[in-house]
Each structure stands twice: as C-alpha cells, then as structure tokens.
Design a protein around this ligand. Structure first.
Ligand SMILES: Cc1cc2nc3c(=O)[nH]c(=O)nc-3n(C[C@H](O)[C@H](O)[C@H](O)COP(=O)(O)OP(=O)(O)OC[C@H]3O[C@@H](n4cnc5c(N)ncnc54)[C@H](O)[C@@H]3O)c2cc1C
Length: 490
C-alpha cells in the first residue's frame, strides 16, 4: 500500500500529527483499538499551558527546565511552552470539552508548577476527553486511513532512508510504503516489573528505530511514579495510578506501623518532587515495610466524586479508599529519553520522524514536569504534521523489499526476566554493581533469543538503557546511588 505519510501509533502525538498533515494521504497504524490502546487515553491530570493572566510561556519554560535539572534542550522547551496555548485552543476547537470557570478554563496546579496552568476535563478524565475529540476528528478526516490491530514490526529502508513499514495485521503481513514514517509509539513500561503504562507501551518504537540505525538519547532518564496501587499478589505488569492530586488534597503516606515517613525526609513531605517520594517509598519497601496512601481523613466521603477513576480502580480491588488506606508501590511511569529528534522531529535516519513519548526532543531533560507530555505530543505532533503536509506533492511510488516475517511475541519467561532485571538493578535506585549484574543477565538473555525475534528486539532496547544508566552513574546519577538514598533516609 502506498501513502504519503505513515504514522505508527494512535495516541495524542500520532493523531495530532495525522490531522495536521492534510492534504497528505496518511495511514495510521495502531496495534489495538484506534485511539484507545495508548497511554494518552489514561492521562488523568491534564495538559499544561500558560493561559492564566499571571502566567507566561517563559515562566512555564523556567519550571520545565528546573524539573529537568537543566538538562533539557532550552530551545525545544521554548517551542513547547510558546506553542502550548495555541495547541490547547486547537484541541478545544476540534471538540474537547475542558472544565471551565465562567469564560475561561478552570486551571489546576500541580507539583513543581509555579502557576495554576493545568487544563483538565471531567476531573481526572483529561486524556480520555482529549482522545475522544482527536478520534472523532481523525475518523471524519478524508485524508486519514486507520489500520487498527496492525503491529509495525520492521521499518523498510531504501537508498539510506526509511521508506515504509512492515506490519502484522489480522490477515497477516502488510507492507506500507511512504515518503515519511512517523514513530508515535509511546513509552517503555513493559520493560519494568511495575508500570502505570498500558501493555502497548512495550518499547517497540525504540526497537524499530534501533534496527533502522537511528540514534537514541537520554535513555537512562526514566520517571517512576511514587504511588501505584500495589498488586494483590506477586504479579507484575500494569498497575492503576493513584494520582498526585490525592497527595495534593492532603492524603499521606504511612508505613505498616501507621507512621508517616515523608516529613522526616523532605521539607514538602508528601508533596516533595516525584523522584524523592518514589525513592522514599522504595526504601520503605526494601526495609520490608508495607506502604499505604491514606486519604480517609483528607478526602473521605468525597472520594468517589473527587477521584472517580482512582475510586473505580480501588473498588475493583475490593478496597474502599474513603474508609481505608490504599496499598502502594512505585511504578515506572514515563520515559524522558527515546529516539533522538531535532527541531523538526527528524531522527538521524532520513525519512524517519518521531513524536510523543517515543521521541527524545530534549524538552524534559532528566525529569518531566507533570502534564507536559500530552502537551509535547500535541505541539510537536501538530508541527510535524504541518511540515509533512508538503510531502504529498513529492509522492513517488516505490517498491520495497522488506523482511515482513512475524517476529512473534516475547515469551512470558523472557518478559518476566527483563522486567525483573531492570526493576531490581536499573530502576529507581542504581549503582555500578547492580548495573553490571543487569548487563550480564541481559547478555545471557540475548544469547538465547532467536535472531530477528521480538524478544531479541526488546532485549536490545533494555541493554541500551542499562548501558546509558551505567554511563550516567557518576554525573546526574548521584541521586540514583544507594549511598545518596541512604543519606536521605537518614
Ligand atoms: C496512567 C497515566 C497517567 C498519565 N497522566 C498524564 C497527565 O495527566 N498529563 C500528561 O501530560 N501526561 C500524562 N501521562 C503521560 C502521557 O499519557 C503519555 O506520555 C502520552 O499520552 C504519550 O502519548 P503518545 O501519543 O506518545 O503515546 P500513546 O498515547 O501511548 O500511544 C502510543 C500508540 O502507539 C501504538 N503502538 C505502539 N507500538 C506499536 C507498534 N509496534 N505498531 C503499531 N502501533 C504501535 C499504541 O498502540 C498506541 O496507539 C500519563 C501516563 C499514564 C500511563
């Protein structure tokens, strides 16, 4: 099949790009149900934009740089925060119903933002509302064809550039040719024992890019959320997120003895930065404690109305968060690193572009500011689409010779081994010894994996992450080291 542009992924980044690319003919490939299978739909907090009279894109940029430990690309940050208000207005125009206060948006405030600037919808259902609007617009757009249940398995290269994609669909392999291929495949949660990400966030975009020879950057910068709902048994995988807004509303973290541990560790106690709270929860668990998030006093009877998404997750586990504390573990939440992109979302391989969580545009530095990732997908996705609109006139039919063999699924034992290795040795707390153990374990797994298999591809990405973390342990990694954590824990 021939298109002008192929977009792999139907989250916020992929759909923003596809919609903006008219009149180019765009194929959107997505591995599950259209617009429902990525993390975007699950986002709770919202989208950050300087819309308040006391706010400005430069203040938003300053907060973004501070959160990122100044390791961000300052120009990319400016493009992000300058573009934020227009991106929110565009989403509004295509039908997203954000919560309003009189004539303007009701703006929330989140940790590390110096102003109220979070646009949200139906309380904690912001991502679902944004995706509803994008899905509807994409379905109505005559230049967009959607291929649901199509998993991209290989990029096709020709004359040194990417010119297509091989995908496995319901009826077998399909090869798509195009002038431009956009990776919008989301995150890497499937590499970790616990994650808040959906199953589709399995690092396949990074694996595709790696296989095509594209450069990856900042892979060691992985954000862990301090409070996911702990699993009932020992199972690994996706866990429901217990939003930061609960701690914002006064919920406290306590250990098995009912003792709060955050006030002794950080001035802002439970509202300290995400990484500080996450490592403190990890340290308690490592000591053999259980950790609980207690909202019974702070939220109590208002829980179901104030936090409907969290309430539903707890009730599904037989927990009534209005009356009892919720058991928590930290969980992998977001990848700041990814496929390296320039100011035009180009990767290092001609014809291959990346937007959204799979990309490393440099906006997040070492740590993402809350509610900046839906924003990144929107702003950079639209900007890329607008540039790719021009490729329609340059469309040229090519025949591709690509290996379209099904690489299969990652076997359950290999999946578990990767998750455990990264969680234990390349997770919240890292040191040189643990990273060397992780590297050795991944080498063993790589030796046993069949060539060109999905397992080999995922292991290769895990290896790159561990190598990047090992290179970093002596610089920013200071706060990832066990001794630093021990000192903080006092
Ligand atoms: C629980 C939760 C809450 C969050 N809350 C917020 C928030 O409030 N604000 C905020 O800014 N961010 C939030 N985030 C982060 C944010 O949701 C994500 O970073 C963002 O949605 C990523 O968008 P994306 O378009 O890059 O990827 P996604 O929305 O994850 O979409 C990826 C798409 O790629 C597809 N795909 C993947 N691999 C393949 C393949 N091989 N072939 C075909 N298709 C493929 C997937 O099926 C999916 O359609 C949250 C994340 C989670 C998990």
């Amino acid at each position: 099949m021939h298109y002008d542009v192929i977009v792999i992924g139907s989250g916020i980044a992929g759909l923003a790009c596809a919609l903006a690319a008219a009149p180019a003919r765009v194929a959107v490939l997505t591995r599950g149900a259209f617009g429902e299978d990525g993390a975007s739909r699950w986002a709770q907090g919202g989208i950050a934009a300087a819309l308040a009279p006391d706010d400005s894109p430069s203040l938003h940029a300053r907060d973004t740089l501070a959160a990122g430990a100044q390791l961000n690309d300052a120009n990319a940050v400016r493009r992000l925060t300058d573009g934020a208000p227009a991106a929110v207005h565009w989403l509004d125009r295509i039908g997203a119903a954000f919560d309003r206060d009189g004539a303007g948006y009701r703006l929330g405030r989140e940790a590390a933002h110096s102003r109220a600037r979070i646009v949200h919808a139906h309380g904690d259902a912001s991502g679902a509302e944004a995706m509803r609007a994008l899905r509807t617009a994409a379905r109505a757009a005559s230049h967009v064809d959607v291929f649901e249940h199509h998993r991209a398995v290989r990029l096709a290269t020709r004359d040194g550039g990417v010119r297509g994609v091989a995908a496995i669909g319901p009826d077998g392999a399909v090869v798509f040719a195009a002038n431009a291929v956009v990776l919008a495949t989301g995150g890497i949660g499937a590499l970790y024992r616990y994650t808040t990400n959906p199953a589709s966030a399995d690092a396949s975009g990074l694996a595709l890019a790696l296989d095509a020879g594209a450069a990856l950057s900042d892979l060691e910068f992985v954000q862990f959320h301090p409070t996911a709902l702990a699993p009932a048994g020992g199972e690994s995988g996706q866990l429901p997120l217990l939003t930061e807004a609960l701690r914002g509303a006064g919920a406290v973290l306590v250990n098995g003895a009912g003792r709060r541990f955050m006030p002794a560790l950080a001035r802002d106690a439970e509202l300290a930065p995400r990484d500080v709270v996450a490592r403190a929860v990890w340290a308690e668990l490592e000591r053999g404690e259980t950790v609980w998030l207690d909202a019974t006093r702070a939220v109590g009877a208002a829980f179901a109305q104030a936090f409907p998404t969290v309430y539903a997750s707890c009730r599904a586990r037989g927990i009534d968060p209005a009356r009892e504390p919720m058991p928590v573990v930290p969980a992998q939440h977001y990848h700041m690193g990814g496929v390296r992109t320039d100011a035009f979302a180009r990767t290092s391989v001609p014809g291959l572009y990346a937007v959204g969580e799979v990309a490393c545009s440099g906006v997040h530095g070492a740590n993402r500011l809350a509610s900046n990732s839906l924003l990144e997908g929107l702003v950079f996705g639209r900007a890329l689409g607008q540039r790719l609109a021009g490729v329609a006139s340059a469309a040229r039919r090519v025949d591709l010779d690509v290996d379209a063999a099904d690489p299969g699924e990652v076997p359950a034992d290999v999946d578990a081994a990767i998750r455990d290795t990264l969680w234990r040795h390349a997770g919240l707390v890292r040191d040189a010894h643990g990273l060397a153990l992780a590297a050795a374990r991944l080498r063993e797994l790589a030796r046993a994996a069949p060539p060109r298999s999905a397992a080999a591809a995922r292991i290769a990405v895990a290896q790159r992450i561990v190598e990047a973390a090992a290179r970093r342990t002596d610089s920013i990694g200071a706060h990832h080291r066990r001794d630093a954590v021990a000192a903080q824990a006092g």
